[in-house]
Design a protein around this ligand. Sequence first.
Ligand SMILES: [Zn+2]
Length: 245
Amino acid sequence: MLPIDGRLMSIEQFRAHIATLDLQRVTKVVIHHTYKPDEGDWTRHGGWSYWRKALQRYYEGLGWTRGPHLFVSYEGIGLFYDMTKTGRAVGGGQLETGTLHIEVVGDFMNRLPAGETLNNAVQAAAALMRQTGASLTNHSSVVGGWECPGTKLKANWSWFQGLVQQALDQSDYLPHITEADVWDAPIILEKTRWWMEEEERQREADNTQRARDIRLSLIRWMLTREKWLKEGVRETALPLEYGGE
Ligand SMILES: [Zn+2]
């Protein structure tokens, strides 16, 4: 038997979900392609709701009791095997220390991931790396000579790495100002609490620079709110000197 989660999440739901998990075991985010099914097969059968069960049966047929953690497609992020546990996808289950597997839905032997599939894969990898401090790698790098995640994607690996790094660097990964929510106390409290927890997670994962960036940005973010609330600023220009990012 191979127990699966089965939920499908947007990237925002996924970020909020992983923030609740203990992922300290994770040191490597490992990228794969599904090869078969490719994106056409995936769509033809109705996507995740079909394939989560088909894949569960497939792996169970191989006698596996663990599997890859995530299947990422244009639909979003499909939660398969429990991310807090060691899964199975490389080296016959013998090279799994610290791995968290992302299966990107598609055949990337002759083409590259694109569109929402690419975006979801990049954002999911970045979210996991940000939370755990894990490095990014792929099946072929963990098990030398393997074709997964596809000849074309392997040949363009630095391109994919660059996209993930860009996602990690994006300013919406730091607290930032929006004029719309400055008057909404529950939202201010929720965001402040979330970012303080995020800072703590980063510090615990020894990502001290990231933790410091979050702290400084959070201070700027709160200063702006304080100033706006005290001065009753609503329609006037934004106080950009506190605007941070
Ligand atoms: Zn693979």
